[in-house]
Design a protein around this ligand. Structure first.
Ligand code: NDP
Length: 275
């Protein structure tokens, strides 16, 4: 599992992020999240993706505290929720998240959703939080190209990351290209399509060819596109299986076939309708 710790990408502000992390959306508050994060840290994950709205920041914090890892070895991400958007509200929300996580700083703080009325003020607050070293990097989530274009017009800091739904069945090629041009790293959420396409025969054929699982192929596809990936599982065998995908190498034929699976299929919310 050495490779897990080692493989990282350097963001536009020089900070390195581990390419593979554990997502904890819908990992239950309490023991479920605590155990999942503890297992992940034990097998080599260093990057954990939570959010205020997941209701499990405190459990992520407990698992961090119980591990023997140094703070500098970890990469912890959380997000400001819609009801906390706005300048002062966001500053307060960050403080509360830090308390729940038991941390003095975040590695990455994201605007969870491009809420029309407040996203500019929220970004100003994130810029301050980064200046004051409460967050090593700041970014956005669920931003489309128009949302990013609007932000780039006035921002002093270019977001380090845009976290969006991304998998072969929602291959957001134009967004990926735009982010790459602007130096914004793309991060894939719901990379396993929440399990809803494991049965796809084309995906299964590639999995068989590599003696891998469909989940591993989906993760390897993100990594091959240089996209950071945060599969969620609360089960030890799957946490290990997903991590092992980092050692898979897909060839050009595999990539062409996987790229062609796009059907604009979303498992989550659709930000393209957000003005
Ligand atoms: P994923 O695509 O990661 O799928 C998770 C589902 O797949 C769970 O049901 C999990 O079940 C199952 N699973 C995991 N590994 C395997 C495996 N190897 N084989 C079979 N089934 C497996 O979905 P998420 O929506 O959770 O996305 C990942 C993370 O992205 C979230 O946890 C969250 O951190 C982030 N996210 C961010 C959003 C945003 O708006 N910014 C929106 C949605 C997600 P089990 O746990 O039982 O193993």
């Amino acid at each position: 599992m050495e490779a897990l710790v080692g493989r990282s990408k350097t963001l536009n502000n020089g900070v390195a992020i581990p390419m593979l992390g554990l997502g904890v959306y819908e990992a239950g508050a309490g023991d479920e999240t605590y155990q999942a994060v503890s297992m992940a840290l034990e097998v080599g994950y260093r990057h954990i993706d939570t959010a205020k709205i997941y209701g499990n920041e405190a459990d992520v914090g407990r698992a961090i505290a119980a591990s023997a890892l140094k703070r500098s070895e970890l990469y912890i991400v959380t997000k400001v929720w819609n009801s906390d958007q706005g300048y002062d509200e966001t500053l307060r929300a960050c403080e509360q998240s830090l308390i729940k996580l038991g941390l003095e700083y975040l590695d990455l703080y994201l605007i969870h959703w491009p809420k029309s009325e407040q996203r500019k003020e929220t970004w100003r607050a994130l810029e301050r939080l980064e200046r004051e070293k409460m967050c090593r990097s700041i970014g956005v989530s669920n931003y489309t190209i128009p949302h990013l274009q609007e932000l780039l017009l006035t921002a002093n800091t270019v977001p380090a990351i845009n976290q969006v739904e991304f998998h072969p069945f929602l291959y957001q090629q134009a967004l990926l290209a735009f982010c790459q041009e602007q130096g914004i790293a793309l991060e894939a959420y719901s990379p396993l399509v929440r399990g809803q396409r494991f049965g796809d025969a084309r995906l299964q054929a590639i999995a068989k060819k590599h003696d891998a699982s469909p989940a591993q192929i989906l993760i390897a596809w993100c990594l091959a596109h240089d996209v950071i990936v945060i599969p969620k599982s609360t089960k030890r065998d799957r946490i290990v299986e997903n991590a092992q995908a980092i050692t898979l190498t897909l060839d050009a034929d595999d990539m062409t076939a996987l790229d062609a699976l796009n059907e604009n299929f979303r498992t989550c919310w659709d930000p393209t309708t957000m003005p």
